[in-house]
Design a protein around this ligand. Structure first.
Ligand code: GDP
Ligand code: MG
Length: 324
């Protein structure tokens, strides 16, 4: 890939944009094919209905969808009949609503990053990928196996720790996760770690206990590492779309969530949920999971996301044609 998408500084940085684009391919194909299908049509009520349905299906959320429709109607009133109007309006609205990205707070060390979320959302995998990423930046990383519910959870984390080159603090199955957090915080200080990443349990059938458990972990790391930044990242599975938003609110009610990790963006045509999450939860998406490999985690970059979603309009490749 040599051409650069308009203004995106990320186009050629370590293949980031390429992977982002690939991870979003299902969403892009669903959106682009349908938006292409709207080109040249009469701007009648059926046209607006089709735009609305397309955006809602990509999980862009009601707010963004309404804003795009309002923009299109404004443009039509002013006499504009641009064939690609819907795509342009969407690009402008996404640019305006996604802001410029929110990096992880990692200074001063040791920084704490806790991963929270329901079972299967991708917490443990994200711990491994994030450890790998931070190690690649030359940071010393320590992991804490805060999911003590099953021994297999710590075993899974041990595999990731070894692959990423990070130390792991773990206790026996059934141990108090806050005790793991305590030991990990001490170890992070004693070993001069730059980042302590804490995996947690996500079992929902004991939800009240889970929230209490998470609060206790949060209290312990703040008490033991005063002055350290604490990122509490909610891990949401993009394939469950907006259903994740209700769960998110429960975690937000329990502790100060600082951002979202949206996983499995590679496995869904509903990647627009990034936008709905940002708007409805008031939380920035900080990282995205784009696959199951150790390198498949990226900082969320709004410009790369928009280009990945709407490539075909001044994107890095020619406009994709709708194929049957
Ligand atoms: N395709 C894809 N799969 C993922 C991603 N993140 C996690 N997974 C898979 O989701 C499943 C559950 O992940 P896990 O980390 O064990 O979830 P946890 O229960 O929240 O700790 C595993 O099979 C992971 O490989 C991602 O970004 N893309
Ligand atoms: Mg897990």
């Amino acid at each position: 890939m040599t051409a650069s998408p308009s203004g995106s500084p990320l186009a050629n940085v370590g293949g980031w944009f390429g992977r982002f684009r690939q991870g979003l391919s299902r969403t892009r194909e669903a959106l682009s094919a349908r938006l292409d299908g709207l080109m040249g049509r009469e701007l009648d009520p059926a046209f607006y209905d089709a735009v609305e349905e397309t955006l809602l299906q990509a999980d862009l959320g009601v707010q963004t969808t309404d804003a795009v429709l309002a923009r299109l109607k404004d443009q039509a009133r002013m006499g504009a009949r641009a064939p690609d109007a819907a795509r342009q309006a969407l690009r402008e609205i996404l640019m305006a609503s996604l802001g410029s990205g929110a990096p992880l707070a990692l200074a001063p060390p040791p920084a704490v990053v806790m991963l929270l979320g329901v079972n299967g959302s991708g917490k443990t995998t994200t711990v491994g990928k994030l450890a790998h990423r931070l190690r690649g930046e030359g940071r010393k990383v320590l992991l804490a196996a805060g999911d003590t519910f099953r021994a297999a959870a710590a075993d899974q984390l041990q595999v990731w720790a070894t692959r990423a080159g990070a130390d792991l603090i773990r206790h026996r199955e059934g141990a108090d996760p806050a005790a793991v957090a305590y030991d990990a915080a001490q170890a992070a200080r004693a070993r001069h770690a730059d980042v302590l990443i804490v995996d947690t349990a996500g079992r929902l059938h004991t939800k009240t206990n889970l929230m209490e458990e998470l609060k206790k972990i949060d209290r312990v790391v703040r008490r033991e590492l005063p002055g350290s930044p604490v990122e509490a990242l909610l891990v949401l599975d993009a394939t469950t779309g907006q259903n994740g938003i209700a769960q998110a609110r429960e975690f937000q009610a329990a502790l100060p969530v600082t951002g979202v990790v949206l996983t499995k963006l590679d496995g869904t045509a509903r990647g627009g949920v990034v936008v709905a999450i940002t708007q409805e939860l008031g939380l920035p998406v900080k990282l995205v999971g784009l696959g199951e490999r150790i390198e498949d985690l990226q900082p969320f970059d709004p410009a790369a996301f928009i280009d990945g979603l709407l490539a075909g309009d001044a994107g890095p490749s020619p406009a994709p044609r709708a194929r049957d």
